[in-house]
Design a protein around this ligand. Structure first.
Ligand SMILES: Cc1ncc(C[n+]2csc(CCOP(=O)(O)OP(=O)(O)O)c2C)c(N)n1
Ligand SMILES: [Mg+2]
Length: 623
């Protein structure tokens, strides 16, 4: 039996019946499709989505990049068992996907991209928005998506959809390979009919596997851990993706090995778990970074060891330090010349725990990190507290006000600016999925659309997008989408008139904060004049959000509580102490390599270079 329909109709029907399964849990893989229509997809996928509207939910985005962010947010909240598809027109609609695709792939989060493409049949070259490459007629702008996709294909003939769609599902559901998957769809092919085998539209279940460890690797890892006096676990995003939190807690309790976390791994243990020592690396806690400096064995679990985690290769100072890397991807398992333990995080941790039966770290080690953690928490308390409630808060006091309000059901989303550092160092994570920090790509503008995706995956949760003013300006567009669909996200908008983060960084590397504040130009060509008369609260309100303005710490507490209780999209707008006056968060506990000018006339850069060279000299290559 065959069924005659267009390529676009067949694709929509196929996507509606794909499922994932893991640990007995079955999820629909493609929960919905986001779309912005133009001539490249309106008659193909646009028509198919209206034809099958009862089988495939649709969300109307405002910006293609933002649609990918929403899909990524949904995928992360769904522990990678489900995601969304994103359809765009050709040309600018398609290339707007590139940033979102890179973000998804770098963070190992699945998302299905369906950009329209130029005519396969070439009846009228060039079509509107077509790139012409005189020496390569098969190149279109969609080829920009190749390096940022884990799978790419262009569907030039209808029947080609069958193997390509199956390959796309394989990659989306593969725990090692997953990321952005792109099926470029020439606009004529989308509308072309074909006789599809009926089985193409049968329900299909993709098992998300949990490979166990190789016995030889497991024995070597267990031996290394037994021999270590100062072991430290670094929990990365793989813990979350694998839902290994409970097993990690059991492992940590049994062995008493402290657990530090990367941005993607924070929340693997609750902040008040006795073995949790908080964030590690450049934005880490003093406790975790001191343990990392002195560790003789680092046990990475599902981490890619980015420069933020390793303090650009300077953090692990112990001359004898070795690494055991539990990772499902051999590529990451071999990093830092570590002993690889290639396995699913949950399976691998369970096996390690068994292999280490009866083994625990010394009492003195436990006392050391427990006391150190208490001292760190006192520092956080001091940053959070606001003795004077009738003045403008500092950013840590904003976090303190939020901390006092939320419980384990709240989800916080952030990606860029000075908030990631403050949150990584200070936030007290109360549930495994409360802390949603996109720091693989640290993409300004991720927060608001991702909050919509998270809220769609978990409608019962309070979902907060934490955004700086720079970030807000980058991508406020999806506020309109939240308003349209009644998605009751909460936006906490922190106004400090520019880039506090990059301003501070600029100052430390001899850049003198050049181009990092939002101010009028001054006579010397720098933008250091008066602040701009821009009202972002009015902007958010004009897009349809309810906006609560908080001028003081006291206002802020009231506004946050009101926003938390709201069942429509609500924004809390707060102006904090400005970038140059802010005193608050504990300083960085470890270095981050941002190269400083080797030659300069200005003394700021000359001084910065001296310090830079001192740091560089402490870098180690682990072999
Ligand atoms: C899309 C994108 N462009 C540029 C950057 C580099 N960048 C990182 S943080 C930042 C400034 C963020 O400003 P804001 O959101 O106001 O936060 P603040 O630094 O003031 O806390 C910039 C430009 C980025 N991360 N993402
Ligand atoms: Mg700012």
């Amino acid at each position: 039996m065959t069924i005659r329909s267009t390529v676009a109709q067949a694709l929509v029907r196929f996507l509606a019946v794909q499922f994932t399964e893991r640990d007995g849990e079955r999820r629909r893989l493609i929960g919905a499709t986001w779309g912005i229509f133009g001539h490249g997809n309106v008659a193909g996928l646009g028509q198919a989505l209206v034809e099958y509207a009862d089988e495939m939910p649709y969300h109307q985005g405002r910006n293609e990049q933002a649609m990918v962010h929403a899909a990524v947010g949904y995928a992360r909240q769904s522990n990678r068992l489900a995601t969304h598809a994103v359809t765009t027109s050709i040309g600018p609609g398609a290339t707007n996907l590139v940033t979102g695709a890179a973000l998804a792939t770098i963070n190992h989060l699945p998302v299905l991209l369906l950009p329209g493409d130029v005519f396969a049949t070439r009846p009228a070259d060039p079509v509107l928005q077509q790139l012409e490459v005189p020496f390569a007629a098969d190149v279109s702008v969609n080829d920009c998506l190749r390096p940022v996709s884990r799978f790419f294909d262009r569907i030039n003939r209808p029947e080609q959809l069958i193997p390509s769609a199956l390959a796309a599902m394989r990659v989306l559901t593969d725990p090692v390979e997953t990321g952005a998957v792109t099926l470029a769809l020439p606009q004529d092919v989308q509308a072309e009919a074909y006789d599809w085998p009926e089985e193409f539209f049968a329900e299909r279940v993709w098992t998300v596997r949990r490979p166990g460890a190789d016995p030889v690797e497991l024995a070597a890892a267990a031996r290394a851990i037994r021999n270590a006096r100062r072991p430290l676990v670094i929990a990365g995003g793989g813990v979350r993706h694998s839902r290994a939190e409970a097993v990690l807690a059991e492992f940590a309790e049994a062995t008493r090995i402290p657990v530090a976390s990367t941005q993607a791994g924070k929340g693997s243990l609750r902040w008040d778990h006795p073995q949790d020592v908080g964030g590690v690396g450049h934005t880490g806690t003093a406790t975790a970074d001191e343990l990392a400096r002195t560790a003789d064995l680092v046990i990475g679990v599902g981490t890619r060891y980015t420069d933020f985690t390793t303090a650009s290769g300077t953090l692990f100072e112990n001359p004898d330090v070795r690494f055991v890397n539990l990772n499902i991807a051999p590529y990451d398992g071999h990093k830092l010349a570590g002993l690889p333990l290639v396995a699913d995080a949950r399976s691998g941790l369970g096996e390690l725990k068994k292999a280490l039966d009866g083994h625990r770290t010394a009492d003195s080690y436990v006392t050391e990190y427990t006391e150190d953690k208490e001292r760190w928490e006192q520092r956080v308390d001091a940053c959070y507290e606001a003795d004077e409630p009738d003045v403008r808060p500092t950013q840590p006091q904003v976090l303190g006000a939020l901390d006092a309000l939320v419980d384990e059901t709240d989800v916080l989303i952030n990606a860029a600016g000075s908030l990631p550092g403050d949150l990584h160092r200070m936030w007290r994570t109360r549930s495994h999925d409360q802390y949603h920090l996109e720091y693989g790509y640290s993409c300004m503008g991720y927060e608001i659309p991702a909050a919509i995706g998270v809220k769609l995956a978990a409608p019962e949760r309070n979902v907060w997008a934490l955004v700086g003013d720079g970030t807000y300006l980058m991508m406020p567009t999806e506020i309109v989408t939240a308003v349209q669909e009644g998605t009751a996200i909460k936006v906490l908008l922190v106004q400090n008139h520019g880039y506090a983060s990059i301003g501070g960084l600029s100052e430390s590397v001899g850049g003198e904060r050049f181009g990092t504040a939002y101010r009028y130009p001054s006579d010397d060509g720098t933008f250091t004049g008066a602040p701009l008369p821009v009202d972002l609260a009015a902007n958010a309100a004009s897009l349809g959000m309810r906006v609560l303005r908080a001028k003081t710490v006291r206002d802020l507490r009231t506004a946050l509580a009101e926003a938390r209780a709201a069942d429509t999209p609500t924004c809390v707008y707060v102006e904090t102490e400005t970038a140059d006056t802010v005193s608050g968060p504990p300083p960085a506990q470890a270095w981050w390599d941002v190269p400083v000018a080797e030659t300069a006339t200005r003394s700021s850069a000359v001084k910065a270079r001296e310090l830079y060279e001192r740091h560089v000299s402490t870098r180690r290559r682990h072999l």
